[in-house]
Design a protein around this ligand. Sequence first.
Ligand code: GLN
Length: 206
Amino acid sequence: APRIAVLALQGGVAEHVAMLESLGAEALVVRSPRSLAAAAADGLVLPGGESSTVDRLLRRFGMREPLIELLDGGLPVLGTCAGLITLAEVIRDPAPGQQSLGLIPMTVRRNAFGRQVDSATETLDSALGPVKAAFIRAPEVVSVRAGVEILARRGTGVDGDGPIVAVGTGQAIALSFHPELTGDTTFHGEFLRRVRAAKLDGVQGR
Ligand code: GLN
């Protein structure tokens, strides 16, 4: 089974673990450089939460550099919500001092769709088919650069003009929303397919 490290410094970890396990993966909760190394992961999940808090904790626990190293080595990654923000090259409206890991050449805007009480569940017409998505103080991808594929927009199909809420590169999938909260396995399934393919190609987080 593919070994998936789930970053567990803060935020919605348990639902990702449950969904990954339901799809036949082994989910390993990591919150230290040591547990990250011990996981010997084939893939990484960055859950939702609060991206500026995650950023602070990544640095406090010495996790930032090891994660960047693994991502530089090609480790496949799935980020949801705060995880999407953490993967972005540019955060348009960062919290004071907030940094990202900068993996995906795109610009994001935090809390783009209003407040927590405006959070909503809806079905997206994604590049992978219909996806049931929960939006919780969700970010928007305001622009993407070369090599980033748009996988879903909110309110329109991918060829429409709705705000971009899901993107992919050869290495990463990043979602503004939380499929792990609606039970929709479309993107987790796609992520695990990519992890298995990368594993065959010998990319591994060791
Ligand atoms: N608004 C949060 C942030 O800036 C993201 C919300 C979420 O992960 N559900 O990180």
